[in-house]
Design a protein around this ligand. Structure first.
Ligand SMILES: Nc1ncnc2c1ncn2[C@@H]1O[C@H](COP(=O)(O)OP(=O)(O)OP(=O)(O)O)[C@@H](O)[C@H]1O
Ligand SMILES: [Mg+2]
Length: 261
């Protein structure tokens, strides 16, 4: 077992958001977490990556308890997160953003990894010395993933990587995620785009109001009536809250309409 989350209680101030969450990820798996708006998915990822401290329960990564570690120690232990909303620094260049991802490293292979990242995302190479603000929404997402990879994680946490992207770009992001897994990484991905995420995943979990209510293989969940009704209703599987999120239909490469998210 690579990651084991057990009975996690966590929240903000007085409010408890996660009420005893448990899940696990085996090495080499892609595991998807789906759930409605506000269910606590981002809160769980932040708890795993140490941004939020659990009040109860434990997170074990490769046999080591990490739930009391600082966020930077958890990155060093081998977990990085590409945050919801991408979290890239739009005033810095593409290259500077990527280098930031390697901040915990001091080895000599950073340059080589940079080249590998550009290999994976050629659009980033073309714009390496431009400010990240000129990237399209999809390219910004690639940058967020590329930056997370620059820490050389073994476990990658992705929070809604397809959010706000046009369908073609969504497909490209999902292709990149498959590629990242083929490169040997283990992935825990939160997605509203439930159908595509479950198709990609080995296993999945459904979260409702701070609890895991269902788990199964990707296929089990795709064929589950309740999942179908709650999360797969729309034809393209964009889920219940897509109406409130702006799509980025242009997703053009001219750079004149960057997605502010
Ligand atoms: N910084 C914060 N301070 C206080 N409450 C917060 C904070 N962030 C999130 N919450 C609350 O915690 C609950 C869970 O939020 P969370 O962001 O984890 O949900 P989510 O499943 O990721 O939702 P979404 O699909 O919208 O991203 C929500 O009720 C939210 O309002
Ligand atoms: Mg979220």
């Amino acid at each position: 077992m690579m990651l084991s989350v057990q009975d996690i209680h966590a929240g903000y101030g007085e409010i408890e958001v996660l009420h005893g969450v448990g899940l696990s990820v085996e090495a080499g798996e892609i595991v998807t977490l789906i759930g409605a708006n506000g269910a606590g998915k981002t809160t769980l990822l932040k708890t795993i990556s140490g941004i939020i401290k659990a009040r109860q329960g434990q997170v074990v990564f490769d046999g080591t308890e990490i739930h009391r570690m600082r966020a930077d120690q958890i990155v060093r232990a081998g977990i990085t997160q590409a945050p919801e909303g991408r979290g890239i620094l739009t005033r810095m260049t593409v290259e500077e953003n990527l280098l930031m991802g390697a901040y915990v490293r001091s080895d000599k292979e950073i340059t080589a990894d940079m080249a590998a990242t550009y290999e994976k995302f050629p659009a980033l190479r073309e714009r390496s010395s431009e400010p990240a603000s000129i990237l399209s929404g999809g390219q910004q997402q690639m940058l967020a993933i590329g930056r997370a990879l620059m820490a050389r994680p073994r476990l990658l946490l992705l929070d809604e990587p397809s959010l706000g992207l046009a369908p073609l770009m969504v497909a490209e992001i999902f292709r990149s995620i498959r590629q990242v897994r083929e490169d040997g990484l283990t992935i825990l991905i939160v997605e509203q785009n439930a159908r595509q995420a479950l198709q990609l995943a080995d296993r999945g979990y459904v979260m409702e109001r701070g609890n895991i209510v269902l788990e199964g293989t990707g296929d089990d969940l795709l064929n589950n009536e309740e999942v179908e009704r709650m999360y797969l209703g729309r034809q393209n599987g964009t889920g219940a809250k897509s109406g409130s999120r702006r799509a980025d239909p242009g997703d053009n490469r001219s750079g004149d309409a960057p997605d502010p998210m």
